[in-house]
Design a protein. Sequence first.
Length: 403
Amino acid sequence: MSLSRKGFLKMLGLGALAAGSKAYGLPSKALEDARAAAKKLKITDVEIFLFDIPLTSPFRIAIGEMKAANDLLIRIRTDQGVVGLGEACPFPPITGETQATNAAAARSIRDMLIGKDPLAIDALLREIGPLVHSNPSAVAAFDMALHDILGKVAGLPLFRLLGGTKNTFETDITTSLDTLENMTAESKKYADMGYKTLKVKVGLDPDEDFARLSAIRAAIGHGVAIRIDANQGWTVPQAVYALRKMEPLAIQFCEQPVLASDTAGLKAVRSQSPIAIMADEALFGPADAIKLIRAEACDTFNIKVMKAGGLLNSIRIAHIADAANMRCMVGCMLESKLALTAAAHVVASQANIVYADLDGNSDHVTDPIIDGITVKAGVLTLPEKPGLGCDVDPAYVKKLQKI
Ligand SMILES: [Mg+2]
């Protein structure tokens, strides 16, 4: 018995596809015209703004302190009115970039992009590569804006376009370094807000780190998970000592216990630690993922859109990890809700990204982003609008310095 294509699709329950585009409320001519227009789309303008957001209190980790998010906002315009938004959030102690180096990189990327097809994302990123070096956050801002345009042209939220189905997942919230009393009070506050997972910064004196974590565990009980992040603050012997001592505290995993450059040290810690090891500062792009997997240096990855240089590279890392049967987290720097929404689309698109740490704007004094993700008691929900699904308040943009 032969089966026509239409019959085959109907058999699979895809009657709407078989019936043609009318099922979606669009006459097929209009759909064809839209597809033809998308293929001719051109970038006509790129706007770059200095995007500074002060923090309500300094964010302290083992290797530095930040008092503000000194970001860039990128807006890519096209000849058909579709606009893409992106954000760079350089974190100097980790990525070595600053707002000034990102701005210089962004200017050269802008000049290259004018007149190009915004949907040719892979090709454009390959052109950006030789233009800038060591400015992954600047590249991430452009990659994000191009993906925003792609989603808007396709009429789909990015996570759905990228193959995801679930628009909601759990995120943790971070307690930064402070006194034992303050860290305990802050962690208790988050647990009382309904967060099911807390991330706690460590990486100072191992005994003092242990005392702080013990106090936090006692205050919040065992119904809330704790993951920790040493931000490269320990030596290998300190890390092994600390992690063995912390075993009774039921720690989910420890991020970057030792120096990012010390792959052998990371492996040594992993082989002696009762707590799983996550690479963060040691992992920027896909090549680092391959290096760490080959070295068997860690159990999991913390992917960040800013370190990876965008969504495409973040997804590449997740794919590499998946092939090695490794699960991942997506984390953040101190991004606004714009870049956090982009990171959330990455989480929702990949089955092996099972942890999220998307709280970068929790200490921002202002949120100028319209729509995007919502987070309630640690449950993050993505918007169902096309592209990233967020915008920036036009009145706020008018006050920003354009460069
Ligand atoms: Mg980290």
